[in-house]
Design a protein around this ligand. Structure first.
Ligand code: PLP
Length: 398
């Protein structure tokens, strides 16, 4: 089958919920993907901020293969060898207190919502407490996660959603204060909004949220699913703000390519929320995915992945700022570390994404007008130069 036939074959059976780009990928190497016809693509999408170590990072495959040879799944009724290490590694990186492993980001959000509700229930004996979420946010597609996602287009067909959610404007502390009342149990936001268009929280906003939550004894939930695991030059983006969440959600790059997420609680939230019987998962944190998580943390430490992001991100920012300066269709740049967005004006983002694909560069969109760059964290200046060269060709065509 050639590539077109493979795409046609897939479309005959797969429910049409994605308008996929016309390419069939077969293998990856480093920061490049190859399609079934042998074409090479520089990957600045990383499977939507998942493949932070690129493809076949030394030692990663071996760790997974070794675990497959031992054991892949046993359920959470028993302990496993990887479980003994993985929790500790997440807590070391975050300075938090307890972790629950899930299969996805969405499920991490569900768990965080339940933990916040339970905290309020423990405190005063009333369930059904309210959550304040942000406009333009994204937290996932399940009914609970969708309920705190501030995007009408995603929400509308599925209403009524979970009740008790109020929306405020991101980076507008007063608008959050206006939604908080004596029924509020938590405020949830991304530290850096991803799908909504790469908006980092301002320092005043995040510090203000922390102070507000402390004052009202409500939980601050920070969604680090996209911006966490080193992408911003810190293990977790909130570490750049001098602010700690009560609950954090993590996924995407946590396993660098295996389906794993987590919600992580500080001591206060852990002590007064989910107890035996309150929450569970069959697959969540099985030995196979946790072997990946353990190897990811080992590689990050041994090879200084986060240092590399800190050292190399200024060059990426400089090159992107230069593009914004030279091209009238690039209105500006936003982002932190290796999570960057270019605001595109005068042509559609999808046309730039498509033109890049045709020239062997993978980039993605965020929101309606942002070109999103979330490369593997192992890219070098040479890869950045190569990306800019291809993007320039695409923008020149405009
Ligand atoms: C991707 C994402 C999610 C959902 O994660 P899934 O693994 O797709 O369920 C939630 N929050 C943020 C910020 C995300 O980027």
């Amino acid at each position: 089958m050639n590539m077109q036939e493979q795409m046609n074959r897939a479309e005959e059976s797969i429910l049409h919920t994605y308008n996929r780009f016309p390419v069939v990928f077969e293998r990856g190497e480093g920061v490049y993907l190859y399609d079934t016809e042998g074409r090479k693509y520089l990957d600045f999408a990383a499977g939507i901020a998942v493949n932070s170590l690129g493809y076949h990072y030394p030692g990663y495959d071996e760790a997974l293969k070794d675990q497959i040879d031992r054991l892949t799944h046993i359920s959470n009724l028993y302990y496993s060898v990887p479980l003994a290490e993985a929790g500790r590694k997440v807590l070391n990186a975050s300075g938090m207190s307890r972790v629950f492993f899930t299969n996805s980001g969405t499920e991490a959000i569900e768990g965080a919502i339940k933990a916040a509700r339970k905290y309020a229930y423990q405190k005063t004996g009333h369930a059904g407490f309210e959550i304040v979420a942000m406009n333009e946010s994204f937290h996932g597609r399940s009914i609970g996660a969708l309920s705190v996602t501030g995007n009408e287009h995603y929400r509308e067909p599925f209403e009524p959603l979970m009740g008790g959610v109020r929306f405020a404007d991101f980076n507008d502390l007063e608008s959050v204060k206006a939604q908080v009342n004596d029924k509020t149990c938590a405020v949830i936001c991304e530290t850096v909004q991803g799908e909504g268009g790469i908006h980092p929280a301002s320092k005043e906003f995040l510090q203000g949220l922390r102070a507000l939550c402390d004052e009202k004894d409500i939980l601050l939930i920070l969604d680090e699913i996209q911006c966490g695991m080193g992408r911003t030059g810190h293990y977790f983006a909130w570490q750049a703000y001098g602010v700690q969440p009560d609950i954090m959600t993590c996924a995407k790059a946590l396993g660098c390519g295996v389906p794993v997420g987590a919600f992580v609680l500080n001591e206060k939230a852990a002590a007064m929320s989910l107890a035996p019987g309150d929450h569970g998962t069959t697959y969540g944190g099985n030995p196979f995915v946790l072997a990946a998580v353990n190897k990811v943390f080992d590689i990050y430490e041994k090879d200084g992945i986060i240092n590399h992001v800190q050292e190399t991100a200024p060059y990426l920012e400089e090159r992107l700022d230069d593009l914004a300066h030279r091209y009238s269709c690039v209105k500006g740049r936003r982002g932190m570390g290796f999570m960057q967005g270019l605001v595109i004006e005068g042509r559609t983002v999808s046309s730039v994404v498509k033109a890049s694909l045709d020239k062997g560069l993978l980039v993605i969109s965020a929101g309606s007008d942002v070109l999103r760059l979330v490369p593997p964290l192992i890219i070098t200046k040479e890869h950045i130069d190569e990306m800019v060269r291809i993007l320039e060709e695409c923008l020149d065509e405009a």
